[in-house]
Write a new protein. Structure first.
Length: 197
C-alpha cells in the first residue's frame, strides 16, 4: 500500500498498519533457514515454527470471535457455541502448532492468516466495524470514527514517535499512567548465560 492508495479513516489506518505487520512478519519467517524452524531459545520457549503458527492460528481465532468463518479445511466443522466453541478452537490451534513444522507450510499458513485479516477488514461494512462485541470477558467498542474529510492520518509509530513515547514514559514515572508489569530479571540472565556458553 502506498500513500496515494491509502484509504481514509479507520479502515485505511488498520490496513496500513496490517500491511507493515504482514511485510515484517513474512520477511522474518522467510529469513529463518528451514533447518532452524525447530530451534528454541531455551527448552521452555516455543520453537520458531511454533511462534509463527501460533500467530497465524491466533489470527483465525480472532476472526471467529468477531463472527467470521474459520477455514473449514483447517478447523473442520465446529458446531458448538460459546465457551465450548472457544475450547474447540484452542484445541485445534494447539494441534496446528504441533503439526505444522516445515518452513513452507508455516509461511503459507502465516501468509493465509494475514491475507484473511486484510480481506476481512476490506469487506466488512462500516456498520459492522462500529458494533460492540463481548470478547475476553469485556465489551469492545468499534473504532473511533474520523470524518471522511480528515483523509489519511499520520503514522503513530516509528522514528517520529520519540516525543510521544518519551511523554508516555514520563507520565508512567510520575504515576499518571499505569506501569507495565515488571519483567523477571532472573530469566533474562539465565538466557543470556546460555547464549554465551
Amino acid at each position: 500500500m502506498t500513500e496515494s492508495t491509502r484509504i481514509p479513516a479507520f479502515r485505511g489506518e488498520f490496513l496500513w498498519e496490517l500491511d507493515i505487520v504482514t511485510r515484517q512478519s513474512l520477511s522474518l519467517a522467510e529469513a529463518f533457514p528451514a533447518e532452524t524452524y525447530d530451534w528454541r531459545p531455551n527448552p521452555k520457549a516455543r520453537s520458531v515454527s511454533e511462534v509463527f503458527v501460533h500467530v497465524a492460528s491466533g489470527n483465525f481465532m480472532l476472526h471467529d470471535m468477531v463472527g467470521l468463518r474459520v477455514p473449514e479445511d483447517l478447523y473442520g466443522t465446529i458446531t458448538s457455541a460459546g465457551s465450548d466453541r472457544f475450547k474447540a478452537l484452542m484445541q485445534r490451534n494447539d494441534e496446528l502448532v504441533a503439526q505444522t513444522r516445515e518452513k513452507i507450510a508455516v509461511t503459507a499458513l502465516l501468509r493465509r492468516s494475514l491475507t484473511a485479516a486484510s480481506d476481512a477488514i476490506t469487506q466488512t461494512s462500516d456498520a459492522e466495524l462500529d458494533r460492540s462485541l463481548f470478547i475476553f470477558s469485556r465489551t469492545v467498542h468499534g473504532p473511533p470514527r474520523l470524518p471522511a474529510s480528515a483523509g489519511p492520518q499520520p503514522r503513530t509509530h516509528g522514528p517520529d514517535d520519540r516525543v510521544p513515547a518519551r511523554q508516555r514514559i514520563r507520565a508512567t514515572m510520575a504515576g499518571l499512567a499505569p506501569r507495565p508489569p515488571k519483567r523477571r530479571k532472573r530469566h533474562r540472565r539465565e538466557t543470556r548465560m546460555k547464549l554465551d556458553t
